[in-house]
Write a protein that binds this ligand. Structure first.
Ligand code: AMP
Ligand code: MG
Length: 265
């Protein structure tokens, strides 16, 4: 079973000088064994996650927000599909953040995000998030430098506000290598069941790989706090990624230790 020390392995300490180029995306460090042995542990972790979420939902006083960020094809959708397949859909809320709509653009960058945060009892999952506003917005100069630069502090304050209100925030960066991303994008072009996911723009984004890595690195360095830590998950191996994310969720909820309320009769 997961222990606190397990998820510490991937946690970015506040002000850590993260260097993504030295983080091995294919690492399987700490796994219980090879793919088969590690996947064999997943049902027990999923059961544990189900039970803890059931208590969180019943207790209905606190919430958990899981922020997923990664390059295209790094496995955000797959993580949601696999890790959360066993939890009660009632009490779970997934929000995917796309290019802001006109209405969203007419507000501050946190407006749409704040509306989507989980309410008490829920696990909220963000598939992309407010971090796009210091990633794609920075790489493509969608706003001037001074604007995106000011956002790191604003994000830290926002997440501190959420924590103050009873939301435990955990942020997961799925770290995939450039080679693995290419293979997955190729697979999207070749396999009919995956082709719908491919967008021509994905290749243009891939060309900006180094710019994105720098932007991610800065975000990890500036916004990993005690109340809203980042975790860097080696994600070239999907089985390892699923196991690591499951461990982090179970550890986080274990720590919260939600309780069934006393019966009112
Ligand atoms: P996907 O996650 O593959 O469906 O793609 C969603 C797209 O929306 C990505 O290309 C993101 O970069 C883009 N996106 C999400 N949030 C923002 C944002 N705040 N500003 C600009 N583009 C965004
Ligand atoms: Mg995509």
């Amino acid at each position: 079973m997961a222990r606190a020390a397990e998820s510490d392995r991937w946690r970015v300490k506040p002000h850590d000088d993260v260097d993504l180029s030295s983080e091995d995306a294919a690492s399987t460090a700490g796994a219980p064994g090879d793919r088969k042995a590690t996947e064999a542990e997943l049902p027990a972790l999923q059961q544990r996650l189900f039970e803890l979420h059931d208590r969180l939902w019943a207790e209905a006083t606190r919430s958990v927000l899981v922020v997923l960020q990664a390059m295209d094809a790094a496995g955000k959708d797959g993580t949601i599909k696999h890790v959360f397949s066993g939890v009660n859909p009632q009490g779970t809320r997934v929000t995917s953040f796309k290019e802001p709509t006109q209405l969203e653009q007419q507000h501050d960058f946190l407006w749409r995000v704040h509306r989507a945060v989980p309410r008490a009892g829920e696990i909220g999952i963000f598939n992309r998030s407010h971090y796009e506003d210091v990633l794609v917005a920075r790489v493509h100069e969608l706003v001037p430098r001074r604007v995106w630069k000011a956002r790191y502090d604003l994000i830290n304050s926002f997440e501190a506000l959420l924590a103050h209100g009873g939301t435990t925030v955990i942020k997961l960066f799925l770290h995939v290598s450039r080679g693995e991303q290419l293979e997955r994008l190729d697979a999207r072009l070749e396999e009919p069941s995956k082709r719908w996911k491919f967008r021509p723009g994905d290749l243009a984004e891939r060309d900006r790989w180094d710019d994105y890595q720098s932007a991610y690195q800065d975000a990890l360095r500036k916004t990993s706090t005690n109340v809203a830590p980042w975790y860097v998950i080696p994600a070239d191996h999907k089985w390892y990624r699923n196991w690591a994310v499951s461990c982090i969720l179970v550890d986080t909820l274990d720590h919260l230790d939600p309780q069934y309320p006393e019966p009112s009769v």
